[in-house]
Design a protein around this ligand. Structure first.
Ligand SMILES: C[S@@+](CC[C@H](N)C(=O)[O-])C[C@H]1O[C@@H](n2cnc3c(N)ncnc32)[C@H](O)[C@@H]1O
Length: 452
């Protein structure tokens, strides 16, 4: 494992050193699923949700449970709203009544509900909410409580059938530490999710690397609370980034007040450590960097401490049924990420490298996920010397390319390290020492990633 992590970091450094043009060209060719696109929806996330639904059958399961009732869902950190749009569209197709609530930051990545198809009747089936202070910030205790009250009232205190969490923000400049920067947003989504989910409800949760004790402890809580959990990297999640989803099936029982209080306490600690920042409205988004964003090492240098644990790590380490699979998934996903980055590098350096039939793959995927297949429109090739050559060869890609969030630019996937070598090495050493990195066990779902 240690060796693979070293190789991953070396590959990241190599890719990081490519010119932006070469990287741009390589990105559009190296991932077979890059052009799957957004079908009829506002963004690619909607198609990702369809992909995850096809794998995990969230809505088919809901149909069984809600035969005479209403399917209720919560979509957290969810702007512009692709997940919600897919759920509303699919439930309409299934003839299932649905009602959803969502909270996301106002600003650039706010809900774009007005762009959704009027036929899915968003205004009557989904309520966007921005909390007590109207920012939509899930870090604020008052916002969390107001949101939970709203959903409780709307679901007659029963709770919802499905919670989806897709929180993320720009960590450009410190991509290597994306996992650490994401701790609080991940904690808050779990806290809200557990507060609003009904017994036997499902939970879909985006995470990044799972190397640190904090993340393993968060997953431990889910492991204890749900009947089954799996770590899934769907086709639609770019292979060169660290993103993955924890799929949790069937909440055993609503958490008791003590558990929730404990999680609120951990969040209070985060806010306390941020000091003044906790009181300032944040206007960050997936695309724009938070004002005052500091690389982790700099924060520590400035004397800012971190929340490192949520539960006693000794108890967690004894849970072999959890630690083994996390280690094996870390191993598997680290290898895949490394291979995907190597592919990127090869594409950047070899214009003659054979291309995937991305249009064929797009059609197969959309068909398999039962989504409309819009015509692929020709688009000009990337505006690079490479792109122009390609054009002369008569090759093209669909317009879906233009709608993507690049793992290397907008969301700052931690596959592109931009900080100095010193930081890189320090971070690598820290991760290698991590006790959760070794082990071996299979998770069938994640293999879907490599089917083509
Ligand atoms: C990857 S995008 C979500 C995409 C969404 N699932 C969709 O289907 O369109 C991540 C979202 O997390 C939101 N976010 C980041 N920090 C947040 C915070 N503190 N509170 C609420 N939302 C936040 C961003 O503004 C962005 O809308």
């Amino acid at each position: 494992m240690k060796e693979i992590v070293n190789q991953l970091y070396e590959t990241k450094v190599k890719v990081h050193d490519l010119t932006p043009q070469a990287l741009h060209y390589a990105r559009s060719r190296a991932n077979p699923y890059e052009l799957v696109g957004r079908s009829i929806f506002v963004n690619r996330s909607a198609v990702k949700m369809a992909n995850l639904d096809a794998l995990c059958q969230f809505l088919d399961r809901a149909r069984e449970r809600c035969a005479n009732g209403e399917f209720r869902f919560v979509d957290l950190c969810s702007g512009p709203g692709g997940f919600t749009e897919y759920i509303l569209w699919r439930t309409k197709q299934m003839g299932l009544q649905a009602k959803g609530w969502g909270m996301t930051l106002k600003g650039e990545q706010d809900f774009a509900l007005e762009k959704m198809d009027p036929a899915i009747d968003v205004p009557n089936r989904f309520q966007p909410f921005y909390g007590a202070d109207q920012t939509g910030d899930v870090y604020r205790t008052a916002n969390i409580k107001a949101f939970v009250d709203l959903v409780e009232a709307g679901s007659q205190t029963e709770g919802v059938d499905l919670v989806t969490c897709d929180g993320g923000f720009n960590v450009t400049g410190d991509e290597w530490n994306q996992e650490d920067h994401s701790r609080q947003i991940l904690l808050c989504q779990v806290l809200i999710g557990l507060s609003v989910l009904r017994e036997h409800g499902d939970f879909l949760f985006k995470v990044f690397d799972l190397y640190t004790p904090f993340m393993v402890e968060l997953v431990y809580i889910l492991y204890r609370m749900f009947e089954k959990i799996a770590i899934v990297k769907p086709f639609t999640s770019r292979p060169a980034n660290s993103e993955r989803y924890i799929v949790c099936r069937s909440l055993r029982a609503k958490p008791n007040a003590q558990v929730l209080q404990h999680l609120f306490g951990v969040n209070d600690k985060f806010n306390e450590l941020k000091g003044d920042d906790a009181a300032k409205p944040i206007i960050s988004s997936h695309a724009t960097q938070q004002p005052g964003f500091l690389p982790r090492e700099e924060k520590i240098k400035n004397g800012l401490t971190e929340v490192v644990h949520i539960v006693d790590p000794e108890i967690v380490m004894k849970e072999k049924g959890l630690i083994g699979p996390i280690k094996s998934q870390n191993m598997r996903l680290t290898m895949w990420q490394k291979e995907a980055l190597e592919e990127l590098y090869k594409y950047a350096n070899d214009k003659a490298r054979p291309e995937y039939d991305q249009e064929g793959i797009r059609r197969r995927c959309l068909q398999e996920w039962k989504l409309p297949i819009p015509q692929a429109s020709r688009r000009p090739p990337p505006d690079t010397p490479y792109g122009r050559d390609r054009n002369n060869d008569g090759r093209y890609q669909s317009s879906a390319h233009n709608n993507r969030f690049s793992p290397y630019s907008r969301n700052g996937g931690n596959d592109r390290g931009r900080n100095g070598d010193g930081d890189r090495n320090r971070d690598r050493d820290r991760r290698q020492d991590d006790p959760y990195r070794h082990g071996h066990r299979d998770h069938g779902q994640a293999q879907a990633h490599r089917r083509y």
